[in-house]
Design a protein around this ligand. Structure first.
Ligand code: 26V
Length: 759
């Protein structure tokens, strides 16, 4: 049946009218059903092994447009709607964005699912069906507040499967009900699945903020991603979530193994399991438990699990490396305790070094240690990050198991992050080099031949301007924020964290503000845009948001400054906003403290959309710099070795870095002190601002003051160079041309070759 006939039939059945009589939401529902059915009916790819990608987060973004592209019917549907006088963009805006992730780790998982399917590899995601997501960010009195972010409507991408598993907790069982989201592969006839487990009776939405009864596990287990863990009930709830996900996932793996006709003692021949950070680590003892229940000896079970499981590390930040008290596991899943203790005993026997113990002297279970001992692969997510793991963070493990360590530099799917988010740029690229890059992003390098082509360079600038205009319109329509499309767009979007140093960007804003007030005008107007959520309990991060929002207000009402400098912060930054902001960006801010950002993936998306990076030599920025060459990137700041050195030393806090030494430089002091200036105190909350000021002067744990002068100089250089439009367009072109390396298709091919061996 033709597409238009199918659509007609659907709207008749559902709404009793023809498509042209439907409102936007009805048309969205009809397209959702049509696309969901097509994807669901596709067969799964086949292979000797099947991958299960376990992750607490899958930050999928809206799915309609992406699925239409993958199914190869995007243009047809767009035309069909146009014939009805309707716009696909408007219909897409009806779709709620599932908020099943936090930041880079979750978005990476989503890009990986897209690439696994596109490469025709058999691999499913396993996660949880959080009803209210992370949270929806609201600004009130220039402070972040949090409310639930529901996304599941009567019709959604979730497919009920009728499958469920019993998860045995200490003292009670819970049914894990399985929903699937189909993931169609681009350019092939297959589809994989994202398996999301849910409780049978999810709680209705909390009425006030994001508070709920954390002890009510049966109803609230899947309410929120990363529920507040400032009390014990919250921390226990996280362990309940983790065990629920992995126990149900492990049972699914064994059931599928059996239905494929294989016995449990051949698990590793047929199954690969990727553990995305430590949240799913309990899959290791759970599988060992289930395999021994099915008759395997402990030795054989461990051998199967080790050959199946691989672990990815996504951060070296100590607070994110999970350690759970054994007593928590005793309470949540007592049946795992003897398994973990036996693993611990064996590993201690073989490797008595206390730094590599699974269970430490305080009875804390180090999840990453269990992954490394009991898996066959440990990977970092960018070259520098993997080197830091080997040489410092995980060195004792590298000394024991050098063969397990490998690097897999992150990537992003160009189908969403170029083809879908900037179709005009994609069309320009097609005109230059044909459309082969849509299947193989490395072919973007062919664009290098156009570096001297003035028509192409001009067109590139035109496309960028069009995206800036569109962003201005959307910011105005949806957030009431007025921007100047002729200014330079400098964008920093990512989770709010001190190590990412949004506060250093704020200091730049202050320096420009003071310059303008003193009559020193910048070379050209600049707009500095932020988007960031702060974890609800992370006070310092919330203070930085407050500072940015205060600076925005200060500048916005100052007619002397406003023509030259503007600041804006997108409320509730999410994938959908990223898709609008990234194509409109001139300068991509990647300014983390060297050694702290494992990889970054926003940096790759910006580059692919023709933004020029202003960044430290951290994470994948190092690889970007190597690829584009120093004339096409602006790097600054201390190197990672120096920074790692500064964290060692004789000061009372264990470092040799002393923020006051930097604060007392005159050029720095006036910026920092502006936090408690009368102008700013008149706008903001004096307690919040002065706490931030105190922290910056006396603590500055992530060393913003170390790099701030170099940063200001580099950004000014960048803004100066922007004036040579030809030369700038050439930088944009080289960045796009070299971005192909950062396709997640490349990353997944490497995972498959080195770790998963699926086909
Ligand atoms: C840890 C925790 C610990 C406690 C509370 C909630 C929570 C949430 C997430 C995490 C793990 C964070 C790790 C993470 O997101 N890493 C990011 O991974 C990206 C993909 O590899 C990478 O590009 C970023 O550089 C890295 O920060």
């Amino acid at each position: 049946m033709q597409l238009n006939e199918q659509l007609w039939q659907l709207t008749q059945e559902r709404f009793g009218c023809a498509p042209d009589q439907c409102d936007d939401h009805q048309l969205y529902e009809a397209l959702l059903l049509l696309t969901r059915n097509m994807a669901q009916n596709r067969p799964a790819p086949e292979g000797t092994r099947k991958l299960y990608y376990f992750s607490a987060e899958f930050l999928m973004g809206k799915l309609l447009s992406n699925n239409l592209l993958a199914l190869g019917i995007h243009d047809q549907v767009k035309q069909l709607l146009a014939d009805l006088g309707r716009d696909l963009g408007v219909i897409e805006s009806m779709e709620p964005e599932p908020s099943l992730g936090n930041g880079g780790l979750g978005r990476l998982a989503a890009c990986f699912l897209d690439s696994i399917a596109a490469l025709g590899l058999p691999g499913d995601g396993v996660g949880l069906n959080y009803h209210y997501g992370l949270f929806r960010q609201k600004f009130a009195h220039r402070l972040q507040t949090e409310v639930p972010d529901p996304w599941i409507e009567a019709d959604s991408w979730l497919i009920p499967t009728g499958v469920s598993f019993d998860v045995p907790f200490g003292g009670f069982d819970l049914k894990a009900v399985l929903y699937d989201i189909a993931i169609p592969g681009a350019h092939n006839p297959y589809a994989n699945r994202l398996h999301l487990f849910d409780v049978a009776e999810p709680a209705p939405m909390p009425w006030v903020g994001i508070d709920f009864d954390k002890g009510d596990i049966a109803h609230h287990l899947t309410s929120f991603l990363y529920p507040d863990d400032s009390d014990e009930a919250g921390r226990l709830l996280r362990v309940y979530q983790q065990y629920f996900m992995v126990s149900a996932g492990a049972q699914l793996i064994l059931a599928e193994l059996e239905s494929r006709g294989f016995t449990p003692d051949t698990l590793a021949d047929h199954v690969a399991i990727q553990i995305n950070d430590t949240h799913p680590s309990m899959v290791i003892p759970e599988l060992i438990r289930l395999l021994t229940q099915r008759g395997l000896t402990f030795d054989d079970a461990l051998d199967q699990v080790r050959r199946a499981c691989a672990y990815t590390n996504h951060t070296i930040l100590a607070e994110a490396l999970e350690k759970w008290p054994l007593s928590f596991i005793e309470k949540v899943a007592p049946q795992l305790v003897p398994v973990i203790q036996e693993l611990d005993r064996r590993m201690k026997q073989a490797h008595p070094d206390p730094r590599v113990a699974i269970v430490d002297s305080q009875n804390l279970v180090h999840m990453a240690h269990m992954d490394i001992h009991c898996g066959h692969s440990v990977n970092g997510v960018a070259a520098l990050h993997t080197e830091i793991l080997k040489s410092s963070e995980l060195k004792p493990f590298y000394d024991i198991y050098p063969e397990k360590f490998n690097n897999k530099t992150n990537g992003v799917t160009f189908r969403r992050w170029l083809e879908a988010c900037d179709p005009e740029l994609a069309a320009l690229i097609d005109q230059c080099i044909g459309d082969g890059w849509r299947r193989d992003a490395k072919k973007l390098e062919e664009l290098l031949a156009f570096q001297e082509d003035e028509a192409v360079l001009d067109r590139l600038l035109e496309v960028k301007q069009a995206k800036k205009n569109r962003l201005c319109w959307m910011m105005w329509a949806e957030q009431g924020i007025e921007l100047d499309p002729q200014s330079v767009f400098d964008i920093q979007v990512k989770r709010l964290h001190e190590y990412k140093r949004q506060q250093m960007n704020a200091l730049y804003i202050i320096s420009k503000y003071l310059d303008i007030k003193a009559g020193r005008l910048p070379e050209r107007p600049v707009t500095i845009l932020f988007g960031a959520k702060a974890a609800p309990a992370y006070t310092m991060a919330k203070r930085i948001i407050h500072l940015i929002l205060c600076l925005r207000k200060l500048i916005d009402r100052d007619p002397q400054v406003r023509p030259w400098l503007r600041v804006a912060m997108v409320e509730n930054y999410n994938v959908t906003w990223a898709e609008r902001l990234i194509p409109a960006c001139d300068i991509s801010e990647q300014i983390s403290l060297a050694s702290k950002e494992a990889s970054g993936t926003g940096n790759m998306k910006f580059m692919a959309n023709g933004a020029v990076t202003l960044g430290t030599l951290d994470g994948a920025n190092v690889e970007i710099a190597q690829l584009v060459g120093e004339e096409n990137i602006y790097t600054f700041g201390q190197h990672s070795d120096t920074v790692i050195g500064l964290y060692k030393g004789g000061e009372p806090d264990g470092r040799s870095y002393r923020p006051l030494d930097y604060y007392h430089r005159p050029a720095v002091e006036r910026l920092v002190d502006f936090l408690v200036s009368p102008e700013l105190l008149a706008i903001g909350n004096p307690t919040e601002l002065s706490m931030l000021w105190q922290d910056m002067k006396n603590k500055d744990w992530f060393m913003a003051l170390l790099d701030v002068e170099d940063y200001i100089a580099a950004k000014d250089r960048c803004l100066h160079d922007y004036g040579d439009r030809r030369a700038w367009a050439r930088k944009m072109l080289v960045n796009i041309a070299k971005s192909g390396y950062f396709s997640s298709d490349r990353t997944i091919e490497q995972y498959n070759q080195d770790i998963w061996k699926l086909k």
